[in-house]
Design a protein around this ligand. Structure first.
Ligand SMILES: NC(=O)c1ccc[n+]([C@@H]2O[C@H](COP(=O)([O-])OP(=O)(O)OC[C@H]3O[C@@H](n4cnc5c(N)ncnc54)[C@H](OP(=O)(O)O)[C@@H]3O)[C@@H](O)[C@H]2O)c1
Length: 333
């Protein structure tokens, strides 16, 4: 079935100018146009992430080079998709109406709406039966970040020891489960209130970041994954084993300098990876890996709270506090 332009209006979150959470409104807009290679998704859930907040605020300034210099190129925010295929373009072969799918609208946001149209070869996969739409939306963002860090950057091996700083957040909760699945010994750093959560996800050891400074350890870890980018290679160097790697999600002059210098005398090094900028085919392949790992019972979503689309500004305000455990899910009306 091919869907062309329809007269229907849909509800969507809307950002016309960069600024604080108050700049987001919910309004009616036109139903997206579905091209011959596109699928139309009836959205059930999406998620609000820290990068979404950074894009909304254009902070740091550099995000404007990706999202629009003066104002957002795409006024509908959000990348994570979870919903049902409503209609497909005439050339589409991978999906059929009624399929439950999850994935991302990358490279452009547009997910925070009742309907989304994206190409069938986008990073989209059939949702495993075990997932509900909220979990599916949250896992998409976290997995597409955590997996390339652990598999491609750290090249994590069975028996290695990894410390995950920010273990209770969206990416951290998935990184703990993945690292454990890869056979590593996992040390999770979080607040005491989240210790039980990360232990349940597979962490062997939990460090309370408010009482213990993990960087004082001596040659303890093959990999330090600083998910929240709150530490630095310099601070973590002693805690790394010879040949170890410090990985961060967050750009800074310090990590760029560390990358420029390369390995130190003991073979230790620091690296920033930008998984958000990976190619669509790579993300699409990883969506299939994610579906498989969920089916095998390796990965579970962690949901902090579920909020309605009308509370999107409040959700951004909450996510910016950096206190959530797991994901903040937006349910579509
Ligand atoms: N490089 C890339 O391509 C890329 C891609 C996606 C995301 N990112 C970045 O990844 C980062 C993490 O994202 P996320 O979605 O996982 O974050 P998140 O879900 O917002 O993380 C929240 C968690 O961080 C912990 N936390 C807060 N302050 C901390 C601190 N000072 N030290 C250690 N932990 C702290 C808190 O847990 P506790 O209180 O329990 O510790 C909270 O549960 C963001 O900065 C995002 O921009 C980068």
């Amino acid at each position: 079935m091919t869907q062309s332009v329809t007269p229907y209006k849909i509800k969507a979150a809307w950002i016309e100018r960069y600024g604080p959470p108050e700049v987001i409104t919910v309004r009616e807009t036109a139903m997206p146009v579905v091209g011959p290679n596109d699928v139309l998704i009836r959205m059930r859930a999406s998620t609000v992430t820290l990068p979404d907040c950074a894009f909304r605020a254009a902070d740091p300034f550099i995000v404007r080079f990706f999202t629009g210099l003066l104002r957002p190129k795409s006024p509908i925010p959000g990348g994570a998709v979870a919903g049902e295929i409503e209609a497909v373009g005439e050339n589409v072969t991978r999906f059929s109406p009624g399929d439950r799918v999850f994935g991302t609208t990358d490279p452009e946001p547009s997910a925070m709406a009742q309907y989304v149209a994206i190409a069938e070869d986008a990073a989209l996969a059939i949702m495993p039966d075990a997932l509900d739409f909220g979990e599916a939306a949250g896992l998409t963002y976290s997995f597409l970040t955590a997996m390339p860090f652990l598999r491609d950057e750290a090249k994590l091996q069975p028996g290695q020891s990894i410390l995950i700083n920010g273990a209770a957040g969206s990416i951290g909760t998935v990184a703990v489960q993945l690292a454990r699945h890869m056979g590593a010994r996992v040390t999770a750093v979080c607040s005491a209130r989240n210790a039980e959560l990360v232990s349940g996800l597979g962490a062997d050891t939990v460090i309370d970041r408010h009482t213990t400074d993990f960087t004082t350890a001596n040659a303890a870890y093959d990999v330090i994954f600083d998910v929240v980018g709150k530490s630095s290679f310099l601070a973590c160097r002693r805690a790394l084993k010879p040949g170890g790697i410090y990985l961060t999600t967050t750009p800074s002059l310090a990590i760029l300098w560390a990358m420029l210098r390369g390995k130190d005398a003991q073979g230790k090094r620091g690296k920033l990876a930008t998984t958000g900028l990976r190619s669509l085919p790579d993300k699409a392949k990883d969506m299939l890996v994610l579906a498989q790992l969920v089916e095998q019972g390796v990965l579970h979503g962690v949901i902090d709270r579920v909020m309605p689309l009308d509370a999107i500004a409040e959700a951004h305000r909450y996510v910016e506090q950096e206190t959530k455990a797991g994901d903040v899910i937006i349910e579509m009306p």
